[in-house]
Design a protein around this ligand. Structure first.
Ligand SMILES: N[C@@H](CCC(=O)N[C@@H](CS)C(=O)NCC(=O)O)C(=O)O
Length: 264
């Protein structure tokens, strides 16, 4: 079985979680945006992921792939598709989530953005989708993270129910995307349920990217090596990475302490 994916695609993550929970091993094939893999050229018209190839069967839709996975052995899910409440929640966070995640993706070292062509295309196309430049979006991280944090508690019922359902997979996939946002703090109960479920499914969270790391390009850092610490603190949009900075910025200490705990 082969599953064609982008590492950052939440629909792919839904399918990967299902495969993991069912104990199915699908070989992951990372694809480049816009490039149909040669072996699929005669079989699909347009590249969207995930795509499952299982023997002669090709499925190009995450919900159908999840249904297909669930047909192996006793079914895990009662139905296939998200419910209206979950869709409402996804709608409520989608613009903040995209504005937080897209500018961080180039720093994740994901296979789909490995080539300079793919990075260039991404950095040109995605600001239009979020309606602002990546720099502006990064600068607005505290506000955007606050918006997401305000609605995170609403997903607790999808994660802590006694039975797994399709909405659970969808929530886990959105939360997995949010793990790339260093400034964001999950409520403790959601953090625990998320990690226990994705661990079971064999999916890793992202390494968190802080806005300051993304904003400060390496060449700027080397030009002002002695100001490195100051630059990390400038503009207040930065998350401080070293504890001693907290002495200079006392009022934001609780948030920084959370960040440090999360990253370390
Ligand atoms: N309804 C589809 C949506 C899949 C989808 O939107 N995938 C995105 C990545 S997250 C994609 O392949 N985009 C490529 C493009 O639009 O060119 C599914 O559930 O599989």
């Amino acid at each position: 079985m082969k599953l064609y994916v982008f590492e950052t695609c939440p629909f792919c993550v839904r399918a990967r979680i299902m495969a993991g929970l069912k104990g199915l091993s699908a070989q992951l094939v990372y694809v480049t945006p816009g490039h149909i893999p040669s072996e699929l050229e005669d079989r699909i018209d347009r590249l969207t992921v995930p795509i499952l190839v299982d023997g002669e069967t090709l499925i190009q839709d995450s919900t159908d792939i999840i249904r297909h996975f669930d047909s192996y052995g006793p079914p895990l899910l009662p139905s296939y598709g998200t419910g209206p409440e979950l869709e409402e929640w996804r709608k409520s966070i989608s613009s903040a989530l995209n504005a937080l995640c897209y500018p961080r993706m180039p720093y994740l070292n994901v296979p789909e953005l490995a080539s300079s062509g793919a990075q260039g295309f991404f950095e040109n196309a995605m600001p239009k989708r979020i309606g602002m430049t990546f720099a502006d979006a990064l600068a607005q991280s505290p506000r955007l993270a606050g918006e997401v944090e305000a609605v995170l508690p609403q997903v607790a019922p999808f994660l802590t129910g006694s039975t797994l359902n399709f909405d659970t997979l969808a929530v886990l996939a959105e939360l997995r995307s949010l793990t790339m946002v260093a400034e964001l703090r999950f409520p403790e109960n959601i953090f625990r349920s998320f990690h226990s479920l994705v661990d079971r499914a064999g999916i890793s969270p992202f390494t968190p990217v802080a806005a300051c790391r993304a904003v400060l390009k390496p060449e700027r850092m080397t030009r002002f090596p002695s100001l490195e610490r100051t630059q990390y603190c400038e503009g207040r949009r930065c998350i401080v990475e070293k504890l001693d900075f907290s002495l200079a910025y006392g009022p934001v200490l609780p948030r920084m302490a959370g960040y440090l705990r999360y990253v370390l």
